[in-house]
Design a protein around this ligand. Sequence first.
Ligand code: G6P
Length: 459
Amino acid sequence: MKNPMTFPLVVVSNRLPVSFVRDSQGEKVPSLSPGGLVAAVAPSLQGQRAAWVGWDGSDSSDENRLIVDDITLFPVSVSADLRERHYEGYSNTTLWPIFHDVGVSAQFRPEWWDAYRDVNEKFASRAAEVVDEGGIVWVHDYQMMLVPAALRRLRPDVRIGYFHHIPFCEPSILRELPEFAELVAGVSGADIAGFQRDRDSNNFTQAQQDLSGVAGNSKAITYPISLDFEAVSAAASKPRVLEKSMKLRQDWGNPSTVFLGVDRIDYTKGIPERLEAYEMLLTSGAVSADDTVMVQAGSPSRENVSAYQELAARIEGIVARINAQFQSSQGRPAVVYTASNLDRDDMLALFVAADVMVVSSLRDGMNLVAKEFVACDNDESGVLVLSPYTGAADRLVDALIADPTQPGELAAALTEALAMIPSERQRRMRALRDEVKTHDVAWWAGEILGDLASLARKG
Ligand code: G6P
């Protein structure tokens, strides 16, 4: 008989897809948080018996399960000290800069690695307790690279998938890490290791080969992540969103072209490069602050990590410098910058209000913002300027591809976008929308879960 406390499919990620709001009685009520991994994975879990193991974002030591929208969530309690060393330390000050390789140096501390290993062991044990005999465990991202091998030791019967959401750098770079072999062996505990781009899959395969004898043998497969095209497109055409977007354009003085950037405030996103390309156009007189505006919506991220604090200050400095020199005749600054977490409708209204979306990442696993803009552009009038250093660029070939490390090239792409005739905009946007619609998140999750399900059951 099936054990009612175990599940055929278990997802493991650093964060649980949940946030807590207080109800009218002041009780904390959990709800699935929109966006990111949740938006990608949750739709494929609903309707089947699935569980999710992760940290619930609180300091609570309560590990009782929660059931939210059909998904059973198993919170793993992580002490503040452990979390700081695992999340801010090893995950985001060691691994994140190593894998992205954009000139921010990784730092290493033995106590961060200890915490990384401890947290990964904890998550693996929890998953081992709640997965059915022969079930599937799907592990997510660089914060959890040791989980597959740890879980394999505890539960040799289960099928394990790992998905790496960020770039996987060349093995020669990863070798800077003293824990190179353990990390690669950790992922190699998975039957299938999934990546965003072929380049990432190839780098991982190479790293695995370099360690032959140490690591196991995961099969590396490329599965580019996506979003729920129909849901995003429908949400962007809600009257409330359309009204908000018209109001935004009015607030900006109805310029003929709205350029938009939307990112977590992260040094991989190329936010200074984007602002400076726009500044270059203002300075040369190719555009004016009357005719155009650059709207940059940044969401604060990893604010306890010093590289992020430095970047936030640098962006503010650039915005201040540009706006001191350039405003519209009504006094609206050339760059409208916000650094706050917007609610979903406000975010969608920005996408709808924009004419030209500028994605200028220096390195990005996928960049779902590019796909969100495409899904929101129901009237097919927008232009996507896209960095070749994003996973999205592999398939969104009808975007204007511009290298953000070449300021002249990015500025030229902005001018080209501005001047593009409506029929060409429509041709390109239609092709982009077809691509995102065909390869949506259901396709992505279906491919991975299908491949995992077709593996022979063990034991
Ligand atoms: C990237 C990573 C995710 C991470 C997200 C937000 O997309 O691939 O694993 O959750 O950034 O970062 P945060 O540090 O807030 O979890």
